[in-house]
Design a protein. Structure first.
Ligand code: FAD
Length: 349
């Protein structure tokens, strides 16, 4: 467990008194909201309650009914208020108009905290907004805590290749910005009866001033791609399976359980599984109800991607393997015998 060092207490800088409320950027592409936005609203609600401020969703998009409807969904997931900007230049994501729009909102309404998903889009937008505003940004956070006296956000993230966790505080700037990967925070329950206030912000930009042009929109065909972050059950295999043929045993168990297949990095690097199946620091973060890890040692870089699972079952022939330190159930033995035995047992049920 990470040891929390004692920190020097810092008083709130009077320059920051005008900065209020916790904001979450609601990421939507072609009207489809990325679920990380709802996860961030769940986390944002805790921070806003601690600070005694509002939780605000920021919705940017084209002038269409769907864009406004996203605000209603944000209220269901806990936002009290939404800033809504509708403009044709915001139809498809482009860095320049989105950065201009979000920085304008921040300058006008002054949030204390601004959170975005650490998605491809969120990372791009967060970086350019933070540099434009000359404020601090902590990327890929795994934990967000408020320090009571200073109202500072203490953001924890892995560092040194995931071997250490560091806590970073943005004491000298506002807003305090953070990105969080999908599935790191729990999905809050939606309550369709919750309502909030929509504040429309008039934004103007001249299309000819935007360098990036969208020539064609080609949707990413994700139908056949694994969706590990949102799978309920994952069976994952590691280097302990010894050879690619044995990785089929993982597929067999996954099939009878209706599970997705995951893998450790060496397995992906060896070409036994696709990159989309890699779980861990440089792969996917997952949060299934059940994670079965076969022949995986439990290195910290793998652990950070899967220890949010409700139940972890580890199969390893070394009773001292680190994975047994955090697995809920452990089976000490040869994965090449245990995996087929489990497949057979579940097939009968
Ligand atoms: P090993 O560590 O070799 O473990 C194999 C395990 O199988 C051992 O515990 C062994 O006891 C067991 N075993 C052996 N034979 C059997 C058997 N017959 N039956 C049952 N068990 C058996 N790793 C990731 O997974 N995901 C990442 O995203 C990731 N990102 C990284 C990023 C960086 C910057 C770095 C430096 C490393 C990263 N790694 C990542 C690599 C990570 O450090 C580990 O090397 C990796 O997770 C180990 O994979 P493994 O558990 O499959 O293999």
């Amino acid at each position: 467990a990470p040891r929390k060092p004692a920190r020097k207490k810092v008083e709130l800088d009077p320059r920051f008194l005008s900065y209020k409320h916790v904001w979450v950027y609601i990421e939507a592409e072609r009207g489809e909201v990325h679920p990380v936005s709802w996860e961030l609203l769940g986390e944002g609600r805790k921070l806003a309650d601690q600070l005694g401020v509002d939780l605000v969703g920021v919705v940017l998009g084209p002038p269409e009914a769907r864009t406004r409807a996203i605000c209603e969904e944000a209220f269901h997931f806990g936002a009290n208020r939404c800033y809504l900007v509708q403009h044709d230049a915001l139809r498809d994501y482009r860095n320049e108009p989105y950065t201009k729009c979000l920085t304008e909102l921040v300058d006008t309404y002054q949030p204390e905290i601004l959170m975005l998903g650490a998605t491809t889009l969120g990372r791009d937008l967060a970086g350019s907004v933070a540099t434009t505003l000359a404020t601090g940004l902590v990327a890929d956070c795994t934990e967000l805590v408020i320090e009571a006296e200073s109202r500072c956000l203490a953001s924890t993230r892995p560092t040194f290749g995931g071997s250490l966790l560091c806590t970073i505080m943005t004491q000298r700037h506002r807003p305090q910005m953070a990105t969080v990967r999908p599935r790191v925070m729990a999905m809050p329950d939606a309550d369709a009866s919750r309502r909030g206030e929509v504040i429309e912000h008039a934004f103007s930009i001249v299309e000819t001033s935007i360098i990036t042009k969208i020539l064609q929109f080609i949707p990413d065909d994700t139908r056949d791609k694994p969706n590990l972050p949102f799978a309920d059950i994952i069976v994952a295999g590691g280097r302990g399976l010894k050879k690619p043929e044995n990785f089929q045993l993982v597929w067999d168990l996954a099939k009878v359980l209706g599970a997705e297949v995951g893998a450790s990095r060496p397995v992906v690097q060896a070409g036994w599984a696709e990159l989309d199946r890699q779980v861990g620091q440089s792969g996917k973060t997952v949060r299934p109800k059940l994670y079965i890890a076969a022949g995986i040692s439990g290195a910290v870089q793998h652990r950070v991607g899967m220890d949010g699972a409700d139940v972890i079952i580890a199969i390893n022939n070394d009773s001292n393997a680190p994975i047994f330190d955090f697995a809920h159930y452990g089976i000490v033995g040869n994965a090449m015998q245990i995996l087929p035995a489990l497949t057979e047992a579940f097939r009968k049920h």
